[in-house]
Design a protein around this ligand. Structure first.
Ligand SMILES: [Zn+2]
Length: 407
């Protein structure tokens, strides 16, 4: 084992007090965080309690915002004066599953390979940023901050940004108005100031069962769900024809996807139920609700009457599963200028995916996305973050601290 990997392995089992006493570098902190299996289906409380105790050992009081069932929690904490104009550093603590992925290392044990990359689930998306923030707690404490630093760590980002809503609400209601939010999703430390709006929906079609030789007696939920999918495909083509050139994301138009379909019980029965888990992503500046509004009008105005004409008990239910608001460049100027200053860069980016940035932005604070690692690594087997990216994130935070001392 190389000295670097010995240090990572040793850090993996440190208690919060030990970690606070012998301050961890960003890579060692990341090793500690990766060791918690915080796949979204699991509780994240072990990690959250560790972070709470680590902060407490350094005199920082954290507030937990539990999920409704208490199985998970968000955490927020502040360092510095109780003043307006602070910076919120935001990250999610959950990761996507490793099930069925061909990993060549233990996904829950961070390993540095000779290629200068650190491998582990969440190394890139996005415990790397959270680790950099936590590793700088001693530096934040020592600095003469004129404005506060707020930490906001959420649960259930990977399953529709579910935790961040209550986190943003509690944090923004609790602390003096911050100046900017930095969401540390992997952007290779580039400054992202625009993201798509994302909506997730569940459409449940309820038909009426009949033998497949007597189609006139029943209503197949699957056949009507199929019509809806076809309708979505046609809409998708219409949206693609409205491709925009004023934005640098690919494919440059609103997209639609039916991700999961469930229905039916046998080949010779008209299906009683069919459930579609689908969603759309709308470009910043486009009509965010267009897809949802038109889908609802089609389902309720056209499909449902035709189903009911076959059998009065037929039904369609459309429920929103998740909602991630987009962000627009022009509403995030203050945060963009700061992040460009701290990264030493002069250009910004837009991204087609959704992050918690839209949820924070909805509270009226300029927000950017900027964090270590490459988004193309996210959710992959052998996910990694380059050590150089962690260093770049360390430098970003160091400049942020210098800035906060000058305010
Ligand atoms: Zn992420």
């Amino acid at each position: 084992m190389t000295p670097a990997n010995q240090a990572l392995a040793a850090a993996r089992t440190l208690s919060p007090a030990e970690a606070a006493h012998a301050p961890l570098g960003t890579a060692e902190m990341l090793s500690r965080l990766v060791a918690f299996d915080t796949t979204s289906r699991n509780s994240n409380l072990e990690l959250i309690h560790w972070v709470r105790d680590y902060l407490a050992a350094q005199g920082v009081v954290a507030t937990l915002v539990p999920s409704e069932d208490g199985a998970k929690a968000n955490l927020y904490a502040s360092i510095g004066p109780a003043a307006e104009g602070g910076i919120v550093l935001s990250g999610h603590t959950d990761v996507v599953p490793v099930d069925g992925q061909p990993w060549s290392t233990d996904p829950w044990a961070l390993v540095e390979k000779p290629d200068g990359k650190l491998y582990g689930r969440g190394s890139c998306d996005m415990k790397g940023f959270v680790a950099a923030v936590l590793a700088h707690v001693p530096a934040f404490k020592q600095a003469r901050l004129k404005v506060p630093m707020h930490f906001a760590f959420s649960y259930d980002e990977e399953v529709g940004c579910l935790g961040a809503h209550s986190l943003a609400e509690r944090l923004m209601g609790d602390v003096p108005k911050p100046r900017a939010v930095v969401v540390g999703e992997p952007t290779m430390m580039g400054v992202v100031n625009a993201q798509n709006w994302g909506g997730g929906l569940i459409a449940t079609f309820t038909g009426f069962e009949a033998h497949s030789s007597m189609t006139h007696l029943g209503v197949s939920a699957i056949h009507f769900a199929g019509e809806f999918i076809h309708w979505l495909n046609v809409l998708q083509e219409e949206l693609a024809a409205r491709k925009r050139t004023d934005i640098d994301t690919v494919p440059g138009h609103t997209t639609i996807n039916v991700g999961v379909i469930n229905g039916g019980t046998a080949g010779n029965i008209l299906a009683r139920e069919c459930v579609l888990n689908w969603g759309y992503r709308t470009l910043p500046g486009d009509d965010a609700m267009e897809v949802e509004r038109r889908a609802e009008a089609y389902l309720m105005g056209e499909l449902l009457p035709r189903m009911r004409a076959k059998h009065p008990s037929a039904n369609i239910d459309l429920k929103r599963r998740s909602m991630v608001p987009g962000i627009k460049a022009e509403e995030n100027v203050v945060a963009t200028e700061l992040a460009l200053q701290w990264t030493g860069s002069n250009r910004t980016f837009a991204v087609p995916y959704g992050t918690e940035a839209g949820i924070f932005r909805a509270h009226g604070v300029p927000t950017v996305i900027c964090g270590p690692g490459d988004i193309s690594q996210a959710h992959q087997p052998d996910e990694f973050v380059a050590a150089s990216q962690l260093k770049a994130c360390d430098a970003f935070i160091a400049r942020m601290i210098e800035w906060a001392e000058r305010q």
